[in-house]
Design a binder for this molecule. Structure first.
Ligand code: GLU
Length: 451
């Protein structure tokens, strides 16, 4: 099986593109089709013929996103633009063989043609000596193929316009370049988004005109958000870069995307890439749109985070935050975070000191009895020895008992004193991690601030 991912580098790699890349990667690493013994190969082609939008930064961004996901390609990246001489040669061949013709018809001519022959009738041009190049579409019959996901898919030739395959200046167009490049790369399966479905008959006609066997095609249904609308930024992180910045792990992203409408498991099961490659079948991909729900990804990501060893998670968090010495803070936070980005707002104070949250301070320590309780808590903590999680908990609970206050009324002022705000990992664990000296000095700071 030889498959490819062929992004146009016009911006970030979107979730839909990542899905196409992943499914191709899984196919290349899977068992292959029965009777097909070509080794699995994943080809990366950069469709960089749009010179204005295909910047080097955009290409780098896509390669970076694929690498982050671990979707390593076996061949490429092939530059589509680099294949220009071959495109020209194939174009000339079609002109010479009478499968294509120059034609000066413009949009108005096409419109006039439709008015005369009916909107359903595909445009047929008059050959000229120069002008753009159009491919002849037969008037009879249908252009059909067996889509691995959608089944038999067929377009009546009579209603297809003769497609423009090269501009008057000789530069070739997308549908032509793609067919030639897939042919030359010996692609056996084209797996791409459903937005390309209407391009497929044009590409098939190019193969036919060249007398070549086309690859098999599979068109992935669109991705929707949980509200049933086409997936977009409104639904949250929409590109791989945004997912990375939002603190998702690449393995969780791959796992979640692999399960979207592919029918091999419920949407929360864990799989390694190798297992997914083993199980993935194009034929089982659902025909209806798949729903990308970031909340489900968050949930799965949280489970992935908790599966990592403490060392591994610490390493990833240190890389993500750019901070070091996080191990202790990670240990007491790991049950409470779902993404790498959740960590710092929860536990950053353990490393960088309390945050500034005047509202929380006022509400908890500035409230009636706040200073008094914090003073009593300071005494209890000062007397705690050794300063372990268990002893800290016992001391503070004793204070709850003796004061007749609610647990929260005792714990919350301590929390705000050490964290500056009302969120933190477990209070006893946090206090123990900071140590007695540091905790008492933070409590003192808070008491001074309160009077
Ligand atoms: N370059 C096209 C795109 O990014 C994909 C072409 C294809 O997969 O055939 O939408």
């Amino acid at each position: 099986m030889r498959v490819r991912f062929a992004p146009s580098p016009t911006g970030a790699l979107h979730v839909g593109g990542a899905r196409a890349a992943l499914y191709n990667w899984l196919l290349a690493h899977g068992p292959g089709e029965e009777g097909d013994d070509t080794p699995g190969t994943f080809v990366l082609r950069i469709e960089d013929t749009d010179r204005e939008r295909s910047t080097e930064e955009n290409v780098a961004q896509i390669l970076d996103a694929l690498e982050w996901l671990g979707l390593q390609w076996d061949e490429g990246p092939i530059s589509q633009l680099g294949n220009t001489p071959r495109h020209q040669q194939a174009l000339q061949q079609l002109l010479d063989d009478g499968f294509a013709y120059h034609c000066n018809a413009n949009a108005d001519d096409v419109k006039a043609y439709k008015e005369k022959h009916g909107a359903e009738r595909g445009f047929r041009g008059e050959p000229d000596a120069d002008g753009a190049v159009r491919l002849h579409v037969p008037d009879e019959g249908r252009t059909s193929f067996e889509d691995a996901i959608r089944g038999e898919t067929s377009f009546p030739n009579a209603s297809m316009d003769d497609p423009v395959i090269a501009r008057a200046d000789g530069s070739v167009l997308y549908n032509f370049a793609v067919a030639i490049d897939d042919l030359d790369a010996k692609i056996t399966h084209v797996v791409r988004g459903e937005d390309h479905l209407s391009n497929t008959p044009k590409q098939l006609l190019v193969f036919e005109a060249l007398g070549e066997t086309p690859p098999k095609y599979a068109h992935l249904p669109l991705l929707h958000g949980p509200d049933g609308k086409k997936l977009s930024k409104r639904h949250g992180a929409a590109s791989v870069q945004e997912l990375r910045d939002a603190g998702y792990l690449p393995e969780a992203v791959n796992n979640y995307i692999a399960l979207l409408g592919t029918g091999f498991a419920a949407d929360e099961e864990f799989f390694t890439m190798a297992q997914m490659a083993e199980l993935f079948r194009l034929e089982r991909v659902s025909k209806s749109p798949a729903v990308f729900d970031e909340q489900k990804l968050r949930h799965m990501n949280g489970r992935y985070l908790r599966e990592l060893s403490l060392d591994e998670l610490t390493e990833r968090l240190e890389k993500f935050t750019g901070k070091s010495g996080l191990r202790g803070a990670v240990e007491i936070s790991r049950e409470k975070i779902q993404t790498l980005a959740d960590f710092w707002p929860l536990a950053g104070f353990l490393v960088d000191g309390p945050v500034d949250d005047p509202k929380a301070f006022q509400k908890v320590i500035g409230a009636e009895g706040g200073v008094q309780t914090l003073t009593a808590a300071r005494e209890a903590l000062a007397a705690t020895d050794p300063f372990t999680v268990e002893n800290i908990e016992a001391s503070l609970r004793e204070l709850v008992e003796s004061s007749g206050l609610k647990p929260g009324q005792v714990f919350q002022p301590v929390r705000v004193a050490i964290a500056g705000t009302t969120i933190s990992p477990g209070i006893f664990e946090s206090v123990a991690l900071l140590g007695k000296d540091r905790t008492l000095s933070l409590v003192d700071d808070a008491l001074i601030k309160a009077v």
